[in-house]
Write a protein that binds this ligand. Structure first.
Ligand SMILES: Nc1ncnc2c1ncn2[C@@H]1O[C@H](COP(=O)(O)OP(=O)(O)OP(=O)(O)O)[C@@H](O)[C@H]1O
Length: 259
């Protein structure tokens, strides 16, 4: 995928009538959305409303679920990612993902970062060292781990493991980072560090985050999309959506009338 070929203003992700079903059950219904480059977009909405399903469709993680069927269009950098000739590995390199539970490999801190670049053909130790250092620096973890790179990643705290997973995604030089409730299993201090990190990373990456935490969405995102029962009810600048939502359902949700 060549990001240089893309000339559609600042939009990096564009979905049109995107629907996702698991067997007979529709989880996401005809969602059209545009996401701008170098922004943080938060997906909010009650449990089961389709946020994670929509997020996973952006790097075709839903392909891994046999019952799942995706229809409609998803363009990333102007390329239709659901086309059969799309290179899935290349897509997932461009669109990295971090999950709710930190899932480091059972390997050293260094290897967690170096593994994928090495798999993709980088053999030089100096080059790998540089990737490891830069990725850990960008994930605001370098100073905490630089003297223990050979130690097991599992010896890190939960918050550090989650930042390691972000560093691992960064090592693949993505354009987009999909974060599925990355802080919901973390303590408040680790959560704050991940939130600070997200705000720093948007200078280089486009970030889409699913969160249950409305305060978090308000703190870190530029735009917020409110989902309900598989539909996109409203998407707007975060400051507007939280202060003067256009839809009654959005207002009821953000004021806690239902959850
Ligand atoms: N692998 C799956 N197989 C079948 N149904 C699924 C699968 N994953 C999700 N669903 C269903 O799709 C709907 C949307 O789920 P999804 O996880 O996308 O919602 P969500 O808004 O992210 O929820 P939560 O906030 O609880 O994670 C739900 O009804 C859910 O039960």
């Amino acid at each position: 995928m060549n990001t240089l070929d893309f000339d559609q203003g600042n939009t990096i992700i564009r979905t049109k009538d995107l629907s996702v079903a698991y067997g007979e059950k529709t989880a996401v219904s005809k969602i059209s959305m545009e996401i701008e480059r170098n922004t943080v977009t938060a997906f909010i909405g009650p449990s089961g409303c389709g946020k994670s399903t929509f997020l996973r469709s952006l790097n075709r993680m839903n392909d891994l679920i046999p019952s799942c069927r995706v229809t409609g269009s998803i363009e990333i950098d102007g390329i239709e990612i659901n086309d059969s000739n799309v290179n899935i590995e290349g897509l997932r390199q461009l669109v990295g993902m971090v999950f709710q539970r930190a899932n480091p490999f059972f390997k050293s801190i260094y290897e967690n970062i170096a593994l994928a670049p090495r798999y993709h053909g980088i053999r030089s130790k100096a080059e790998l060292d540089e990737i490891v250092e830069q990725s850990l620096r960008k994930a605001a973890l370098w100073d905490e781990v630089k003297d223990r790179l050979k130690e097991s990643a599992l010896a890190l705290s939960g918050g550090q493991q989650q930042r390691l997973c972000i560093a691992r995604a960064i090592a693949m030089q993505p354009s987009i980072l999909l974060l599925d409730e990355p802080a919901s299993a973390l303590d408040p201090i680790s959560t704050m560090k991940v939130e600070e990190l997200i705000s720093e990373l948007k200078d280089e990456y486009t970030i889409v985050i699913v969160t249950h935490n409305l305060h978090q969405a308000a703190r870190i995102s530029d735009k917020t999309a409110f989902f309900l029962m598989g539909e996109l009810i409203e998407m707007n600048e975060t400051s507007i959506l939280f202060t003067s939502p256009a839809q009654k359902q959005t207002e009821d949700y953000i004021t806690g009338k239902f959850g």
